[in-house]
Design a protein around this ligand. Structure first.
Ligand SMILES: [Zn+2]
Length: 534
């Protein structure tokens, strides 16, 4: 089902005593829309803009404008289903309002005032705003490091800081937060704690992703084999508090901005597929917001990679290569940096192979360089590539913003993952039919479309989804809103011996098919991003 998330109605926007009259006016507005009919694909942003401008105009002088505004907002709650207003609709509504309320002379005065305000609002239509915030989430004292199911390693030191990094995009009535956490994964039950602390943004518009560093504390509450678990509940709560603080800071820092987006092959020794070296997505997508003078305010890097240079076995708490990546972008003037992972499952990993030290020549396996220096090398290579890729991207002055969300149900066939679900101290929500429900977001930013994945999709799924999406740039945010293991297609599931591990730690054989089908169905129901290339 389509679920759209408009902003909440402000407390002061309540129906007045004139509600019945205003209700009739809103009906007029609706009939205008239905008579015109039209194409869902291009109409929604226009509908929203027309309505916003009308509200802005009326609120200056009409005594019942808040009532009218309230009803119009209610009408637009489900506008994603089907809606359109032609360019004359606001004026028709104003005239209807006048007929009901005032005499003709007052009405004419009102209309002239409205027209001036309407034109004024068009002139000042560049209302795209961006804000950023961040918090350190390194535990103090340090906590054991988790690389997934199984025993943790005691922490003896840290390299870099674990961070919660947030960016907020706002345009018209739509506000979206994107949060990146330096953690292996962050389940929805914790994400909802974050959302509960950010009342200014609809919960479904808050996208929370994990970088998938393998050098951070357990935030799942994995069973420890002794009747307990390997998580620290106080730490998990602290992360939720800090992530919410980062988003709220980003909201407080909102400022006018323009958008740049670019995609290109990231060159250099960055990543490879551990299972099949050349089968991975070399594309890096970069989103950058710039100020009026084109100075970068923030840079988001989207790329598929396991940040496991250090790995979980060394007892080092670290963001792995993501820390140096973000630090470098910020040092180079890219503004606040954050990283969102892609379809990095089975098994797209950091290329920290020491090619001078073969381990198994027949199978093409080398020893790994598991040092902080290697994290810095790969992180800096990615940062330099990201800044190169984004440098000459066209500037989008007032990008339209859309955020939709759909809940997708996945059967849990894996005994291992079902045990994680039902035994975690976090009390994951699950369904009576042995399934879980995960949220998937579709976001349009200007000419760009973003789809979230609640786990670790294999690269073939990533390629397919990107190919079917509608942006000039198509980004996948993996491990976002939830992180329920690997996501394979049914033909890959338990096929190769090499895939035994990723199949065992997947929800089930149909997980990939369900994700693809439902996500693409939702994409087809959502508005398409604009195109800026001729
Ligand atoms: Zn992984």
């Amino acid at each position: 089902m389509v679920i759209h998330s408009p902003q909440k109605v402000p407390q002061d926007a309540r129906p007045s005593r004139s509600q019945n009259r205003v209700q009739r006016l809103a009906n007029t507005f609706d009939s205008q829309r239905s008579v015109r009919g039209g194409n869902q694909d291009h109409c929604q942003q226009a509908c929203l803009k027309q309505r916003n401008r009308l509200e802005f105009s009326l609120s200056d002088f009409a005594p019942h404008s808040y009532s009218l505004s309230f009803l119009l907002r209610k009408r637009s709650m489900n506008y994603v289903e089907h809606s359109e207003t032609g360019p004359k609709a606001p004026f028709a509504l104003i005239l209807a309002y006048c007929r009901f309320r005032w005499t003709v002379p007052v009405c004419l005065l009102l209309l002239s005032h409205c027209t001036a305000a309407f034109v004024g609002s068009i002139a000042a239509a560049n209302d795209f705003q961006v804000g950023t915030g961040r918090r350190v989430i390194t535990p103090n004292p340090l906590l054991p490091v988790s690389g997934g199911l199984g025993p943790t390693a005691p922490a003896r030191e840290k390299q870099g800081e674990l961070m919660a990094r947030a960016v907020v995009f706002q345009s018209q009535e739509t506000t979206i937060a994107i949060v990146s956490l330096d953690l292996l994964g962050f389940p929805s039950v914790l994400g909802d704690r974050v959302r509960g602390r950010v009342p200014r943004i609809p919960a479904k518009n808050i996208l929370i992703g994990s970088t998938h560093t393998h050098s951070a504390p357990d935030c799942y509450g994995f069973a420890d084999g002794r009747g307990g678990h390997t998580g620290d509940l106080k730490y998990m709560d602290l992360v939720a508090v800090k992530a919410a603080e980062a988003i709220n800071e980003a909201l407080d820092q909102l400022k006018p901005a323009k958008l740049k987006v670019a995609t290109d092959e990231a060159k250099g020794k960055i990543a490879y597929n551990y299972y099949a070296p050349d089968l991975y997505d070399r594309r890096m997508s970069v989103i950058q917001a710039v100020d009026a003078a084109d100075k970068p305010l923030m840079t988001l890097v989207n790329y598929a990679i396991h940040p496991e240079v250090l790995g979980s076995g060394q007892g080092i708490v670290s963001p792995d290569l993501i820390g140096p990546l973000c630090d470098r972008i910020e040092e180079q003037g890219g503004g606040a940096a954050l990283f969102m992972n892609g379809a990095q499952g089975g098994m797209i990993t950091a290329d920290n192979r020491d090619l001078s030290r073969p381990k198994d020549a027949l199978r093409g396996v080398w020893h790994d360089d598991r040092t902080w220096k290697e994290c810095v090398r790969i992180g800096h290579t990615m940062a330099d590539e990201a800044l190169r890729i984004i440098h000459d991207a066209p500037v989008q002055a007032n990008p339209a913003v859309f955020c939709g969300a759909v809940e997708i149900k996945f059967p849990v066939d894996s005994p291992l993952l079902w045990a994680v679900v039902i035994s975690s101290p976090l009390k994951y929500p699950y369904n009576a039919d042995h399934s879980i429900t995960a949220r998937v977001n579709v976001v349009n930013l200007g000419n760009t479309q973003i789809l979230t994945i609640p786990g670790e999709a294999l690269p073939n799924i990533g390629f397919y989804l990107k190919r079917k999406m509608h942006g000039e740039h198509n980004l996948l945010f993996g491990l976002t809103n939830d992180a329920f293991g690997y996501i394979l297609t049914k033909v890959d599931f338990h096929s190769f011996t090499r895939y035994d591990y990723v199949s065992r730690t997947s929800l089930g054989e149909m997980t990939g098919e369900i994700l693809i089908e439902r996500s693409l169905e939702f994409i087809e129901q959502s508005p398409k991003p604009v195109r800026i290339t001729p």
